[in-house]
Design a protein around this ligand. Structure first.
Ligand code: SF4
Length: 610
C-alpha cells in the first residue's frame, strides 16, 4: 500500500452484526485522496440516492486521510459522511481531536456502517480485534458520561471514543457526534444517523504507527512547517484567545449575525462574548489536538455563581455567536453552560442557536404562543428560557421536538410566515458569518454541497486579507462587490475539498502552511509526486462528485439560493448592500462547466474522470 494509508476499510453491518475488512482501493486513493473525497466516492457508488436517511439502508462513513496520525501539524482530524437527515442531501462533518489518528493506529483508514442493530450497540476496535458490544446500559447517558464509562469498563483509559448523546438517540435531526469530551462533528445531523442505527459509540485503541514513504524527508518537512507555525502571529492569537478571538473584529465589520440576522452591530455584546474576555474570566488553559502546536481549543471552568461547576471544553467562535449574539445574550457563562448542555445531549450548537433564535422570532411575531412553549416566555436576551429550550430539544419535549429537526422543518410545521425567520440554505442553518459583509460568502453558502457552510470555500478569508498567492489569490478583493467573485470561490472550494480529504485542520492551514508544503508532504507521505494542477483537479473532482450526489436528488439552480432575509440590506446597524447572487451564480456555473440548471456537463465529467 502507498505510504500514509493503512490500506484497510472496516465494513460493519449492524443488522447482521457482521464485520469484514476490505482493501482501500488504490483507484479511490489516486482520484479522491481520502477524507470526504473517498467518502463521497463510496456513498455515490453504493447508496440508493432516495434512501431514507434514518433507515437501516443509509450508510455512515467515517474516514481519515493519508496525513491523519502522522506528525504533520494539524492532521488529527477525521470526517463523517452520509445522506443527511437534516437536509436530505449530501452530508458531511468533521472533528479535530484524537479519534482519527487512533483509528489509523488501530490499522484502518475508515469505517463504513450500515443496517440497524436490534438493540443499542457499540463498536470496540482494539487494534485488529473488532467487537460489537451491548450498549443498553449506555443508552440515555450523555456523551461525557458515555466516554468516561466506556474507558473505564474497557479498562483502556487511552482509548478514543466517538459517541452520540440523547439527542441522537431520539433522532433529532440537528444531533451531532461527540469525541474527546467536547470535540464535535456538528453539522448535518449525523448523530441522528448513528442513533437510527442503534449505534451509541465507537471506541478505538491502536498501537501501530502510521508509516510514510520517505521518513527522513517527511520528518524534516514537519520540523520546517512546525517552526513556521510556531512563529506565526496567528498561532499566538489562536492559542491565547481561541477562534472567538476574532469576535470583536468580525462584529466591527458587520460579519456577526445578531438577533436572528436582523442586526449586525453590537460592540458591547461582542466584547463580552470574545475570546479575549473569556481569557480574563473562565479560561483555565488552552488545549490542543493530536500533533498540533497551535492549541486553539479552550478548557474552561466556572468557579462561582449560578453556573459554578461547569468545566471542560469551552465555546468556540461559532458557539459564542449562535448562543450569544444571535439571541442577544451577552453572558459568556451562560454561553458556556449552553455549550456544555449541547455537548452532553449531542446537539450541533450552530443549528441549535439558530433554531432557538427562530423560535424567539416566531414568538415575538405571534406565530407561536405560550401554549406552544408550555408557558415559557421567549424574550431576547433572557437566559433561563434559552437554557430550558436546549433541554427541551435534547429531550425532544414540547416545542423542542420540532426545533430539534432544524429551522426548515420547524418553519414548515409552524406555517404562516415562519419561513421568513428560518435562516438556512438547503436545510442547513447558516453559520455565524454574514454574506452581506463578504459577498463571496453568499455564493459559497449557496453552492456548498452540504448546505450553508463557510468552510467549504472559506473565500471570505481572502476578502479579509488572508491571501493564497499559489492559487493566484494575491490581492485582497473588495468585499462589497459581487462581480468577479465566482472564480475565487471555485478556486477556494476546490482547494478546500483537498484539505478535507488529506485531512488538515483549516485553522492550522492559516497559520503558515503553503501549497508547496502540501505538495511536498503528499510526496513524502504517499510516495508519489502530484503537481499543483493535479492537486486542484483532484479538488474539482471531489467537489463535482458531491454535486452529482445532490443532482441525483433533484438539487439544481432553484436550490442554490439564500434566505430572503439575506437578500435584503439591513435597516439597522452597518448598512451593507445585499449580494447579487444571480450574477455570481451565472458566472459560477459557466466557470464550473455546469449547465444552466447547475448540473456538471458531460464533457466536464469526462475531463474529471467521473
Ligand atoms: S488548530 Fe486548533 S482545532 Fe485545529 S488541530 Fe490545532 S488545536 Fe485542533
Amino acid at each position: 500500500m502507498l505510504g500514509g494509508y493503512k490500506g484497510r476499510i472496516l465494513r460493519v453491518n449492524l443488522t447482521d452484526l457482521k464485520v469484514s475488512v476490505e482493501p482501500l482501493k488504490e483507484d479511490h486513493v489516486k482520484k479522491f485522496l481520502g477524507g470526504t473525497g473517498i467518502a463521497a466516492k463510496i456513498l455515490y457508488d453504493e447508496l440508493d440516492p432516495h434512501v431514507d436517511p434514518l433507515s437501516p439502508w443509509n450508510k455512515l462513513v467515517f474516514m481519515t486521510g493519508p496525513l491523519t496520525g502522522t506528525l504533520a501539524p494539524g492532521c488529527g482530524r477525521f470526517v463523517i459522511a452520509s445522506k443527511s437527515p437534516l437536509t436530505g442531501i449530501w452530508g458531511e462533518s468533521g472533528s479535530a481531536g484524537y479519534w482519527g489518528p487512533e483509528l489509523k493506529f488501530a490499522g484502518y483508514d475508515g469505517i463504513i456502517l450500515d443496517g440497524r442493530a436490534e438493540n443499542p450497540t457499540y463498536l470496540w476496535l482494539n487494534n485488529k480485534n473488532v467487537e460489537l458490544k451491548d450498549a443498553k446500559h449506555l443508552w440515555g447517558k450523555d456523551t461525557i458520561e458515555t466516554e468516561n464509562k466506556l474507558k473505564s469498563e474497557l479498562k483502556e483509559p487511552r482509548s478514543r471514543i466517538v459517541t452520540i448523546g440523547p439527542a441522537g438517540e431520539r433522532l433529532a435531526k440537528i444531533a451531532c457526534i461527540v469525541t474527546d469530551g467536547g470535540g464535535v462533528a456538528g453539522r448535518c445531523g449525523l448523530g441522528a444517523v448513528m442513533g437510527s442505527k442503534n449505534l451509541k459509540a465507537i471506541a478505538v485503541r491502536g498501537t501501530e504507527r502510521v508509516g510514510v514513504a520517505d521518513e527522513t524527508t517527511f520528518r524534516d518537512l514537519v520540523k520546517e512547517i512546525s517552526s513556521i507555525i510556531e512563529n506565526n502571529p496567528r498561532t499566538k492569537s489562536l492559542r491565547s484567545y481561541g477562534s472567538a478571538g476574532s469576535m470583536e473584529g468580525n462584529e466591527a465589520v458587520g460579519d456577526v449575525p445578531i438577533k436572528n440576522w436582523t442586526i449586525n452591530s453590537w460592540p458591547d455584546g461582542a466584547k463580552k462574548l470574545s475570546g479575549q474576555y473569556m481569557a480574563k474570566t473562565i479560561l483555565k488553559r488552552p488545549v490542543t489536538c493530536f500533533a498540533c502546536p497551535i492549541a486553539c481549543k479552550r478548557e474552561i471552568e466556572i468557579k462561582s455563581g449560578p453556573y459554578a461547576g461547569i468545566k471542560g471544553k469551552g465555546p468556540e467562535y461559532e458557539t459564542c455567536a449562535s448562543f450569544g449574539t444571535l439571541l442577544l445574550i451577552d453572558d459568556i457563562e451562560v454561553v458556556a453552560k449552553a455549550n456544555d448542555l449541547c455537548t452532553r445531549y449531542g446537539i450541533d450548537t450552530i443549528s441549535c442557536g439558530s433554531a432557538i433564535a427562530f423560535a424567539y422570532e416566531c414568538y415575538e411575531k405571534g406565530l407561536i404562543t405560550n401554549e406552544d412553549t408550555e408557558g415559557i416566555n421567549l424574550s431576547w436576551g433572557d437566559h433561563e428560557p434559552f437554557l430550558k429550550m436546549i433541554e427541551m430539544i435534547g429531550k425532544r419535549e414540547g416545542i423542542g421536538f420540532i426545533l430539534g429537526d432544524g429551522v426548515k422543518l420547524a418553519s414548515e410545521k409552524i406555517g404562516k410566515d415562519a419561513n421568513e425567520f428560518a435562516i438556512h440554505v438547503k436545510g442547513l442553518e447558516m453559520p455565524m458569518h454574514d454574506p452581506r459583509a463578504y459577498k463571496s460568502l453568499a455564493l459559497g453558502y449557496a453552492t456548498s454541497n452540504r448546505g450553508a457552510c463557510h468552510l467549504q470555500a472559506a473565500s471570505h478569508w481572502v476578502e479579509r486579507g488572508t491571501l493564497f498567492p499559489e492559487l493566484g489569490l494575491e490581492e485582497k478583493p473588495n468585499r462589497f462587490t459581487s462581480e468577479g467573485k465566482a472564480k475565487m470561490v471555485i478556486d477556494m472550494q476546490n482547494f478546500m475539498a483537498v484539505i478535507d480529504s488529506l485531512i488538515i485542520c483549516k485553522f492550522a492551514l492559516t497559520c503558515g502552511y503553503t501549497l508547496n508544503h502540501l505538495l511536498r508532504l503528499i510526496e513524502a507521505a504517499i510516495g508519489y509526486k502530484i503537481t499543483k494542477d493535479e492537486f486542484i483537479r483532484t479538488g474539482e473532482r471531489i467537489f463535482n462528485i458531491k454535486r452529482m450526489f445532490n443532482n441525483r436528488l433533484g438539487i439544481s439552480k432553484k436550490d442554490d439560493s439564500l434566505p430572503e432575509r439575506i437578500n435584503k440590506p439591513l435597516s439597522e446597524g452597518i448598512k451593507h448592500s445585499s449580494p447579487d447572487l444571480d450574477l455570481m451564480l451565472d458566472e459560477y456555473y459557466k466557470l464550473r462547466g455546469w449547465d444552466e440548471e447547475g448540473k456538471p456537463k458531460p464533457e466536464k465529467l469526462k475531463e474529471l474522470g467521473l
